[in-house]
Design a binder for this molecule. Structure first.
Ligand SMILES: [Zn+2]
Length: 406
């Protein structure tokens, strides 16, 4: 272990009790997206006590209409003057309706630990450290994209966060995702008695069924790496009433952001064609997408090296692509990003389940969080103390990101 790794590792070890207690409290709070008031205030108090300049409650900006939105549980905590390398750590702390089954309590504890440990090594480097509290990753309220558009990430050279998982992985690949606003596509037809006067009816459900069928035919003609999944939200109320209202929701995902846009247009055509066939009207407005991050392999390697330097067994690392999506992906489109997965549960554990919620407060979970805090702090510490590495990562990011727009 070199001097920096030793220093950071020792600093995180000293924080272990406080970080574990913070993680367990946030687990108990189990606040869902946009409601993380107690979690956010616990984290900001800890950061402020440790010398960070904290701004509690931020204004976000919607990318599609430019309107500002209140984000009372978001925060920005800054340490350092700037002038050198500026790095960001993202903290998530929202729960799902079934509790902390995604383990975001450990994301924030690991981020807090990394921020506090890193603070001790950045004095004198001229660097700046920004801990960003990013609410509602699981949905329900504005999150990272609105913070990005409002400029809260501006000036950062690189960004990291750590997410619990059933294995370690630094390869931060996610699918872009887009879905309709307002919970789905709405069809409106005309109600009628389904048996005595069916000719007077226009079935909104027919349009939904033809839409789904159209998506199934489309599925054959899209690239590998595409995902389309839908659910019928409202399919009518009784068999003897021709449904005058029906609603279907769909998520479209792709590992290629440009292709996502093309597929979205085809799905729009299918939605409209289904309405024509059923002689009903169609309402579809797409929400803004979450993007895939730009690939930065040398940043991923740096994180892996730092993980082994602080004692993570390299065999616990698995090279895999996530077929999930996260709003962190959009951050990774603008800034070099590592979204580090760290192991807190046996391989194959179902996520968003009671098992993963238990893991997020287990001994193994807290141990993983500590190792993740060390890895984040050491990786970012390397960037702050080694401008050459930072330059290389930024160049690689620029090369892989060229041609993409936000
Ligand atoms: Zn998650």
């Amino acid at each position: 272990m070199d001097a920096l790794a030793e220093k950071i590792s020792g600093a995180v070890d000293l924080l272990r009790d406080m970080l574990s207690e913070t993680a367990l409290k946030i687990w108990e709070f189990a606040e869902t997206g946009g409601n993380e008031f107690k979690s956010s205030s616990l984290l900001t108090d800890r950061l402020e006590e440790n010398g960070f300049a904290v701004e509690r409650g931020l204004a976000g900006k919607f990318p599609d209409n430019g309107e500002l939105c209140d984000m009372p549980t978001a925060f920005r905590a800054v340490f350092g003057e700037g002038g050198g390398t500026s790095v960001g750590i993202m903290l998530e702390y929202d729960a799902l309706p079934n509790g902390h089954s995604c383990g975001h309590n450990l994301i924030s504890a690991a981020g807090l630990g990394a921020a506090l440990a890193l603070k001790q090594v950045i004095c004198g480097t001229g660097g700046r450290l920004v801990a960003l509290g990013t609410p509602a990753e699981e949905g329900g309220a504005p999150g990272k994209i609105e913070l990005l558009h409002a400029g809260h990430f501006d000036g950062l050279d690189a960004v990291m966060m750590a997410h619990p998982s059933d294995r370690w992985n630094a390869k931060s690949r996610f699918l872009s995702i887009v879905h309709p606003k307002n919970g789905g596509i709405v069809y409106r037809g005309a109600a009628a008695h389904a048996s005595s006067e069916p000719e007077r009816g226009r079935s909104a459900l027919d349009a939904v069924l033809m839409f789904c069928q159209g998506v199934e035919f489309l599925r054959e003609h899209v690239r590998d790496g595409t995902r389309m999944h839908y659910s019928i939200v409202d399919g009518g109320s009784a068999p003897n009433i021709v449904p005058d209202f029906a609603k279907v929701n769909i998520f479209v995902r792709s590992d290629d952001t440009a292709d996502l846009e093309r597929i979205k247009h085809r799905v729009t055509d299918i939605a409209g064609a289904a309405a024509v066939m059923a002689d009903v009207s169609c309402e579809l407005e797409w929400d803004y997408p979450w993007f895939s991050p730009v690939e930065v392999p040398s940043f991923y390697s740096l994180a892996e090296e730092c993980a082994s330097a602080v004692g993570v067994n390299p065999e616990d690392f698995e090279d895999y692509d996530s077929f999930g999506s996260t709003d962190a992906g959009s951050v990774g489109r603008i800034f070099p990003l590592v979204h580090l997965d760290f192991k807190i549960a046996p391989l194959g554990t179902n996520w968003h389940s009671d098992d993963s919620a238990r893991a997020a407060r287990s001994r193994e979970g807290l141990d993983g969080m500590i190792m993740a805090a060390k890895t984040l702090a050491l990786s970012l510490g390397r960037l702050m103390t080694d401008p050459e590495t930072t330059r290389r990562i930024k160049e690689e990011f620029a090369a892989h990101g060229s041609g993409h727009s936000f």
